[in-house]
Design a protein around this ligand. Structure first.
Ligand code: SF4
Length: 434
């Protein structure tokens, strides 16, 4: 059910319909790929080289997107049980188990069409060790070529010239030759540059959209709504004209809400009254996504900024894909993914969001099976509390395993947290600008 205001309803639906069509077409193309002689590359969202893959005429598949889409359609529970039958333990990241279970049960994608096997596994390794183990499993299953782009972790919080050179060399000497070999197509720099130019334009639009969260009321929800907003740019579409179209449409819808001082669109229409402005750290739960979101909007809680929507790239600090330096820019993009940032960088990013977006609170959704996000979250909580003088909230759930979403428990904790914000109102001043 959408909003009652006809005009906004139509606007909101336009970008959602557009995105749905884009995703549907992509899965259709994938299902026909083998018959049409198209080559397929499996790769991950963080550090994805979409423009490069596309410049060879290849189609990307993102296993973690299949997992979350399966969860939203209530398919992941069965896939996870199937993977556990094959010995994947309870502690393994549930995206991996969902993917393996889906594969073992026929590799039917979340939209009901069969997924093609990969012609190449392209692993951009951006900070999460699970990525590597996941593709090791897939390599055994598919027995196909694999290429790894190793991105050094930003342990010191900076990218040195030798780190950059190391990644650029891998791109030139390993990744491009692997793509040439599998696709049978020669590397075409001008084609890549055209796509990188397009990417920069969509990145501008995405930053513009995030920044509108500074308005009061915020016209966007940068977590629940935000996961839709990052769909095209972080998956198969960055660098393509339809991606630019999507962000133009979305931007127009958000602008309309800013001009009319409207809150974000929720599944039950436009939020009437913004009561709490939150910053959220950690991925959302996908198996009960709507129920989870409702716990927020029913209380008038809006997420004005979140770290999860930076998982496929951070652009607020000025990074844009630069077509003039195609290799360096792709390397810099991979270095900057959230999973590749050290804890102090993550804390500073969150602190800046709390201050810049004038948040009333911040909340950590600690994901049972995602070590990459969850390790250090209690430290993040304490540090943010001491820097901002705002008490943080902490809830626990999982990505795609329905067994780990305790609705009553999460709701209780959220309600207590909102009551605490109420109680603290008036006692606290806004976080000081640093
Ligand atoms: S552990 Fe976390 S970051 Fe790593 S693959 Fe799983 S969900 Fe992604």
């Amino acid at each position: 059910m959408m909003g009652k205001t006809a005009h906004t309803e139509i606007q909101k639906e336009a970008s959602m319909v557009l995105q749905k069509e884009m995703i549907g077409n992509h899965f259709k193309l994938l299902s026909q790929a083998k018959a049409q002689g198209k080559k397929v590359v499996y790769t991950f969202v963080p550090g994805n080289l979409n423009e490069l893959i596309r410049s060879f005429g290849m189609l990307p598949v993102h296993p973690e997107i299949n997992a979350l889409q399966s969860a939203m359609r209530k398919l992941s529970g069965g896939y996870i049980l199937e993977a556990e039958k094959y010995g994947h333990s309870e502690d393994v990241c549930t995206y991996v188990k969902c993917d393996i279970g889906m594969l073992k049960m026929g590799n039917i994608g979340p939209l009901g069409e069969k997924l093609p096997p990969p012609d190449l596994l392209l692993l951009s390794y951006t900070g999460c060790f699970t990525f590597m183990k996941w593709f090791e499993i897939l390599r055994k299953e598919y027995n196909c070529p694999t290429v790894m782009l190793h991105i050094p972790y930003q342990s010191d919080g900076k990218v040195t010239p030798s780190m950059l050179k190391y990644v650029v060399n891998q791109l030139r000497e390993e990744v491009v030759p692997a793509l040439e070999k599998v696709s049978g197509v020669k590397y075409d720099e001008s084609k890549l540059q055209t796509m990188l130019e397009s990417s920069a334009r969509t990145e501008n639009d995405l930053v513009y959209i995030w920044e509108t969260g500074k308005n009061k009321p915020s016209p966007i929800d940068a977590y629940f709504g935000g996961v839709y907003y990052i769909g095209p740019i972080f998956t198969a579409f960055r660098g393509l004209p339809e991606c630019e179209e999507y962000y133009k449409q979305l931007r127009a819808e958000v602008d309309f809400r800013v001009e009319n001082k409207l809150g974000p669109m929720t599944p039950e229409g436009i939020l009437k009254k913004e009561k709490y402005r939150l910053v959220v750290e950690g991925p959302p739960n996908w198996t009960s996504f709507r129920e989870f979101w409702k716990m927020f909007y029913d209380e008038g809680a809006v997420v004005v900024s979140s770290s999860y929507v930076r998982v496929g790239g951070i652009y607020e600090n000025g990074f844009r894909h630069d077509p003039k330096r195609p290799f360096e820019t792709q390397a810099e993009y991979c270095f900057g993914c959230y999973t590749n940032l050290n804890l102090p960088m993550r804390i500073s990013l969150l602190e800046k969001s709390i201050v810049d977006y004038e948040a009333d609170g911040f909340l950590i959704n600690s994901i049972k099976s995602c070590n990459s996000f969850s390790a250090g979250q209690l430290l993040i909580l304490r540090e943010l509390e001491s820097r901002t003088h705002i008490a943080g909230g902490f809830i626990e759930s999982d990505l795609v395993d329905p067994r780990y979403f305790g609705a009553a428990n999460i709701k209780n904790r959220l309600e207590s947290y909102f009551q605490m914000i109420d109680a603290n109102r008036g006692l606290k001043t806004s976080p000081s600008k640093r």
